[in-house]
Structure formats: structure tokens, C-alpha cells
Design a protein around this ligand. Structure first.
Ligand code: ADP
Ligand code: ZN
Length: 214
């Protein structure tokens, strides 16, 4: 299975991806996660990307495209993959089409997770994450037992630098301007399926199972 998850920041792409991974042995390729790992490791790529990320801006297309191209050629992508957070601009989608053609790969579906901006703002301003193990918390819906301390590993639980309200609003406007055109792009390729992001953690998985059965 080869799919793309498209959705505004905070639509829950990561959460849906977890549910899909539990069922299908496919690689989860999240450009946001790859970038954050590079920032943490202090690589050249990470140093370059951090300023864009903290401002809620997109990292330049050519950087992202090269990163994904090499990632898709790693062995774990052979059985299939799920792209999460890529493509995010029309040039990225066009580059992906070229890449897939070159690799002889056909996409199964592009799933658009539809969510309201205000829901996103509420969700992301209350989101917290463990610096050590990556576990995600929420100050309202899933608080840690002890404030600022991870239940799972005892690591420090903090807010992502780009989860401040001002930055979230910037990320949303970037989504509407630069990423939303991809909805039409994939509609034209007859690949698009839309899922209501409030439909639960396994909404996308259920859609994929239905399509397989039907
Ligand atoms: P979200 O979907 O919650 O905004 P991600 O974890 O997908 O967060 O991405 C975090 C940041 O990483 C983005 O705001 C952007 O700066 C950068 N980024 C991730 N994927 C891409 C991409 N495909 N193109 C450009 N920048 C990206
Ligand atoms: Zn932890």
C-alpha cells in the first residue's frame, strides 16, 4: 500500500498514521519527524531547517524533495509507505510524481483529513510532547500524571516551539495558501478520498479497509 496523508497542521495525520501502521507493515515517512530528528542531532540540514520551522514557514522545496527521494529508496519502503506531511506544495507534488515514475511506483490513494481551523488551534495549543521518548500528551485530554514529567519514561514534557498560537495561525495560513491546492491536484488524478478528522483515531484506517473490501 502506498498512500499520502494530507491535512492541516493538527488534523491528526500522525495519530491516523499510528493506527494504520499497527495494521499494515508499511514505512511511515513523516517529513516533520525527519526534520525534527535532524534538528535534535544538530546536522547541517537541521540547523538550516530550524529557523523556518520555528517561524511556521515551509522549509525550501529542494531540501525537502532531496530528503524524501533518498528516504523512499530505503529498504523499508519496498513493501509500501505512507507519506505524512509531504507533499505540501505543488512543486513538491510534481517532483513526487516524477520520482514515483522513475521508481516505477503507483500510488493507491491520497487521503485528505478535513478539519476546522479553530479545532486545530485548540488542539495544538494544548499539545505537549516528551523530549525523550516522543510520547504525545494534551493538557486537557491527556495530561501527564505529574506536570512536565513523562508517564512512560520520566523524560521532560514540553510544548513544541511551533505550537505557540501565533505560529499555529501562521502554519494554518501556509496550509491554506500552499498545501490546499493539492486537494484539487489529486482530485484530478482520481486519487483523492476525504475523511472527517473528527471521525476518531482510526478513521483513515477504516476508509482503507472499506476500499480494500469494496
Ligand atoms: P504540522 O503538520 O503539525 O505543521 P509537521 O511535523 O508535519 O507539522 O512539520 C513541522 C514543520 O516542518 C513545518 O511547519 C515545516 O516548517 C517543516 N516541514 C515539514 N514537512 C515539510 C514539507 N513537506 N515541506 C516544507 N516544510 C516542511
Ligand atoms: Zn517519555
Amino acid at each position: 500500500m502506498r498512500i499520502i496523508l494530507v491535512g492541516a497542521p493538527g488534523a491528526g495525520k500522525g495519530t491516523q498514521a499510528e493506527a494504520i501502521k499497527a495494521k499494515y507493515p508499511i514505512a511511515h515517512v513523516s517529513t516533520g519527524d525527519i526534520l525534527r530528528a535532524n534538528v535534535k542531532a544538530g546536522t547541517e540540514l537541521g540547523k538550516n531547517a530550524k529557523n523556518y520551522m520555528d517561524a511556521g514557514k515551509l522549509v525550501p522545496d529542494e531540501v525537502i524533495i532531496a530528503m524524501v527521494e533518498s528516504r523512499l529508496q530505503e529498504p523499508d519502503c519496498k513493501e509500501g509507505f505512507m507519506l505524512d506531511g509531504f507533499p505540501r506544495t505543488t512543486p513538491q507534488a510534481e517532483a513526487l510524481d516524477k520520482m514515483l515514475e522513475k521508481l516505477g511506483i503507483v500510488l493507491d490513494a491520497v487521503v485528505y483529513l478535513d478539519v476546522d481551523d479553530e479545532v486545530v488551534v485548540k488542539r495544538l495549543t494544548t499539545r505537549r510532547g516528551c523530549k525523550a521518548c516522543g510520547e504525545i500528551y494534551n493538557t486537557v485530554f491527556k495530561p501527564t500524571k505529574k506536570e512536565g514529567v513523562c508517564d512512560k519514561c520520566g523524560g521532560e514534557v514540553v510544548q513544541r516551539d511551533d505550537d505557540k498560537e501565533e505560529v499555529i495561525r501562521k502554519r494554518l495560513s501556509v496550509f491554506h495558501e500552499q498545501t490546499a491546492p493539492l486537494i484539487d491536484y489529486y482530485k484530478k488524478q482520481a486519487l483523492l478520498a476525504t475523511v472527517d478528522a473528527s471521525g476518531g483515531k482510526d478513521a483513515v484506517l477504516r476508509l482503507l479497509e472499506q476500499r480494500k473490501a469494496g
